[in-house]
Write a protein that binds this ligand. Structure first.
Ligand code: FMN
Length: 188
């Protein structure tokens, strides 16, 4: 398989299909080292990582279930259970957090894009190590209470929870856009 074939085979593995074993500490170090190589205009490193693993995943699930009911007291039991188990499947979740510098000559949009690239780099890195991964946000990424519990500052943004583990089943492929339909030529 050449490098482009590898990239062409990229796909997410839904988090509910991610199981033990997760990456070893050395593999996590390698993943992070690869992820911080993303293009970063101005060398601002406008991102940081928050690792959620082990029993912390279940504790977070309990917080989500409680907060979900607080947000919607009429929430169906199935939705509450889904929240409870959001972080229970994959053994490792790497949260990518943007910390932007407003007013910098590098526009905030570019700083944010660099963080998006970090998320994607983690997906690719995980796949390169033989793991499956999925980039998720959902309401917990934006909820003020959950953000506070996670230690996310008011001027920070959760760009993604990158769930990483061993695929317990083959991930379904989804239809991809036809790139030719998205391409046009600029004619002066
Ligand atoms: C910023 C961002 C947030 C996402 N959040 C969710 C999410 O909360 N729930 C979800 O089902 N998919 C979410 N996705 C989509 C999945 O990461 C993934 O793209 C999808 O499962 C399709 O798989 P694919 O990566 O093979 O196309 C998100 C994608 C991005 C870029």
């Amino acid at each position: 398989m050449n490098d482009l074939d590898f990239l062409r085979r990229r796909r997410s593995v839904p988090s509910r299909l991610l199981a033990e074993p997760g990456p070893t500490p050395a593999q996590v170090d390698a993943l992070l080292a690869e992820a911080v190589r993303v293009p970063d205009h101005g060398k601002l490193a406008p991102w940081r990582f928050l690792r959620i693993q082990g029993t912390a995943r279940h504790a977070l699930g309990e917080l989500l279930a409680a907060r979900g009911i607080e947000r919607d007291p009429a929430a169906p039991a199935a939705a509450v259970e889904k929240d409870r188990h959001r972080f229970s499947h994959a053994p490792l979740v790497l949260t990518v957090i943007a910390r932007l510098t407003p007013g910098h000559k590098v526009p905030e949009q570019e700083q944010l894009l660099s963080g998006g690239a970090v998320c994607f780099a983690l997906l690719q890195g995980a796949q390169a190590l033989g793991f499956g991964a999925q980039w998720l946000t959902g309401w917990p990424a934006y909820d003020p209470d959950i953000r506070r519990r996670l230690g996310i500052a008011a001027d920070e943004a959760v760009l993604g929870f990158i769930h990483i583990g061993t695929a317990s089943a083959e991930a379904p492929e989804r239809q991809r856009p036809d790139p030719r339909s998205l391409l046009s030529d600029w004619t002066p």
